[in-house]
Design a protein around this ligand. Sequence first.
Ligand SMILES: *Cc1c(COP(=O)(O)O)cnc(C)c1O
Length: 351
Amino acid sequence: MGLEANIRHVTPYVPGEQPRQKVIKLNTNENPYPPAPGAMEMLHQMDPEKLRMYPDPEIKMLTECLASRYQVRPEQVFVGVGSDDVLAMSFLTFFNSGKPVLFPDITYSFYKVWAELYRVPYTCPSLDGTMHIRAEDYCGENGGIILANPNAPTGLYESLDVIEKILKENPGVVVIVDEAYIDFAGKPSAVSLVDRYENLLVTQTFSKSRSMAGVRIGFAIGNERLIRWLLDVKYSFNSYTLSALAILCGTKAVEDETYFQKTTSQIIATRERTKRRMAALGFEFPDSSANFLFARHPKYDGEVLFQALRQRQIYVRHWNQSKIREYLRITIGTEEEMETLYEALEEILKS
Ligand SMILES: *Cc1c(COP(=O)(O)O)cnc(C)c1O
């Protein structure tokens, strides 16, 4: 009894399955293409000294490279171990007013987990009938806001007009825009707003558009003051967050803009084709701006489709949760993988 009472009890985030056997893996939004060739070469040329010694706690090389790519100052960039690390650190740093933090009822389920972990109160306004957010819901008194844009798992993008309205209404709290999927949107990033709104923090990741989920790199761009506060918390927690390997491979990946453009355009093209094919099979879905489709079939149960695909070694994501249990979230893979998916679905829908 004594022991139990002293524990920080939490309900953890449940990550998508990472099967060992070879399957068609469309369940955790990884990129089907390999990382940039330069990043791969880096691995082979790794200087043993770099592994023997502690890495650069300031992550200077990658921070400067990102600053130049996104046309901001290095003082406006914070790098972490995947955006999950950056976001966890941001909850700890920015959401301390005791007032509820706001995020939509249907969004990245980790937000709720961090709020619970850090004992941050939160309120979750419902998405509207079209699965978009209502800006008015984010304009009352609150302790901060976090929005994924494009949102997950819906894939829907909110215009910068909506984001700006929310920023203007909330000058006294931090508004985080989680842009894990922005590179697939073909629409403007909120990074363009950081010089105008000192309360804006934008996060992005190398896990999706840069094919490096296994390397764990994420970053935030914002006002210098916000970045300084984040760094203070980081150095109070763990100074050496990124490994020497991650710093080098990450930098090489950002330097190869051509490869990045080529692979993201390929995924966007496959996504648009997937929309046509899935619609032809009778599926309904919000118009995704991300590297996944959030789809339901009016005649078939989500769980049934999920299991039937799984039996055919095709893994997608399904949540047994009200409002979204009819849906499957399907990552956009290669053309070939998607072809196998359509064939499997055709067969399942016929039987
Ligand atoms: C994938 C994802 C993340 C986390 O990505 P990392 O792999 O930790 O960089 C954050 N937010 C959303 C909405 C995501 O889908």
